[in-house]
Design a protein around this ligand. Structure first.
Ligand code: URA
Length: 232
């Protein structure tokens, strides 16, 4: 049975952020098997130790992972006052803590991972991890002949730094696959805009090892398979 740091267990269980958890510990609000514990760096056995916060048992929800084929018109957020959210497409009332891993624009479709596993989300989104994201794009305008080389070398999209090397695979005069490793705001649209091209349709088809399941119609989701999870 695997041991876990108490502060990590508490934060993963969702009682608060790491710094809030530290505060709860410091102020004696956490007990482990009846003893007040004030430091987070002790190891506990999540399945057998009784952990209480303000006298109530802390239960760690099992993590769940959904692959969603995001339709256009939905925002990548948990809550929004104006538009429907991607979370509203996941019918899972037993996991109120689900969130999307990263963002796709409202008009972008395709692969979005929905989970309650903050650590995994952090790993997949960290720019240092260089997780490949592949987009199918349709665009208006003419890309120069050497567009693939320029995308590979990095281009100026108006940020402090040029983009990291990206792989352009042209499919036709007006469609292409683009693989990027970053996730800057409107990045794909801005990369095409740098060549005076306007993206008219955008769909993410891959993120790291995860390939969009093409049997999922827009708006549909499914749990990741054990194989997909292991590979993640
Ligand atoms: N790049 C964009 O421009 N939009 C997205 O939704 C994702 C990547």
């Amino acid at each position: 049975m695997s041991q876990l740091r108490l502060d990590k267990f508490l934060a993963d269980a969702g009682i608060g952020s790491r710094s809030q958890v530290k505060q709860y510990l410091k102020t004696g609000q956490i007990t482990v098997n009846g003893t007040v514990i004030k430091t987070g760096n002790i190891k506990i056995l999540p399945d057998t130790d009784l952990i209480l916060y303000q006298g109530n048992p802390v239960v760690r929800e099992p993590h769940v992972y959904y692959m969603l084929n995001k339709p256009a018109g939905y925002v990548s957020a948990v809550k929004d006052d104006r538009f429907p959210t991607v979370i509203s497409l996941i019918n899972d009332p037993s996991h109120p803590d689900l969130f999307p891993v990263g963002r796709l624009d409202k008009d972008t479709e395709g692969l979005l991972l929905i989970t309650n596993d903050g650590a995994l989300a952090h790993r997949l989104l960290s720019p240092k991890k260089h997780v490949d994201k592949t987009y199918y794009t349709e665009f208006r305008g003419n890309l120069p002949e050497d567009a693939a080389t320029q995308f590979q070398q990095g281009i100026d999209i108006g940020d402090k730094k040029p983009t990291m090397p990206a792989l352009l695979q042209t499919l036709s005069e007006s469609s292409a696959l683009l693989t990027i490793q970053e996730g800057r705001f409107h990045q794909v649209k801005r990369m095409f805009q740098a060549f005076n091209c306007e993206v008219t349709y955008l769909k993410r088809i891959r993120m790291g090892i995860l390939q969009l399941d093409d049997t999922l119609p827009p708006g549909a989701s499914r749990l990741l398979t054990p194989e997909e999870l292991a590979a993640l």
